[in-house]
Write a protein that binds this ligand. Structure first.
Ligand SMILES: [Zn+2]
Length: 210
């Protein structure tokens, strides 16, 4: 199975990992999913979602945990988001499925939380990465994969080692092929090569090859 599109909210996407909240998880034959509680939804009571999370995380078509994460601009106060992130990490380790993380202006907190919950047997990917080249290299040093979407920093993508690069269209209407085209331009590589490496990396990611 191909996985060109690392992260999408298109519930009918093939060759993709479809991100869903536990209560919206409705697996269709042949499709792949990640489930998690988004940091944007941490202002609400998420206990019920978490109960479903603990049930669905074992599902065969759920290949990753997330998206979850840390966002300083939206959602509950950061300490609550960090607590919930730690729960996702523990669950991911328990079911041996990697983590997909959304992070806005909380890089240090992300790194610190990951370090204090080490050692890890699962991979972590930061999706929708728009940071600069320095941040990219800092995250790669932690062992993270980086997923690039519709908008990204060209130097950051060019600075990222090829075995860490993923591509996605997230919740935008942009086709994954056009994200791959922009990435190919930034990397000065043929588009077919970018698609192949994104696919290989996504497979390594779900196999927890760090
Ligand atoms: Zn998303």
């Amino acid at each position: 199975m191909n996985i060109f599109n690392f992260h999408t909210h298109d519930t009918a996407a093939h060759d993709a990992i479809i991100s869903a909240s536990p209560s919206c998880f409705n697996p269709q034959p042949g499709l792949l999913y990640s489930i998690g509680i988004h940091s944007w939804n941490t202002n609400e009571d998420f206990q019920q979602e978490w109960d479903l999370m603990e049930t669905f995380c074992y599902h065969q078509q759920v290949v990753a945990i997330g998206e979850t994460g840390l966002d300083k601009l939206r959602g509950a106060p950061l300490d609550i988001q960090i607590e919930l992130f730690k729960h996702h990490i523990a669950l991911a380790e328990h079911v041996k499925k990697p983590l997909i993380v959304h992070c806005v202006r909380a890089w240090q907190e992300l790194i610190t939380t990951w370090r204090i919950t080490a050692p890890h047997q699962v991979s972590l990917a930061v999706h929708g990465f728009r940071g600069n080249a320095n941040t990219a290299l800092q995250l790669v040093k932690e062992g993270f994969y980086l997923s690039f979407g519709e908008n990204f920093n060209t130097e950051a993508l060019a600075a990222t080692p090829h075995d860490r690069i993923l591509i996605e269209n997230d919740d935008s209407n942009t086709e994954i092929t056009s994200v791959a085209e922009s990435a190919a331009q930034a990397l000065a590589l043929p588009i077919e090569q970018v698609k192949a490496l994104a696919n290989d990396n996504a497979h390594n990611f779900i196999s927890n090859i760090v």
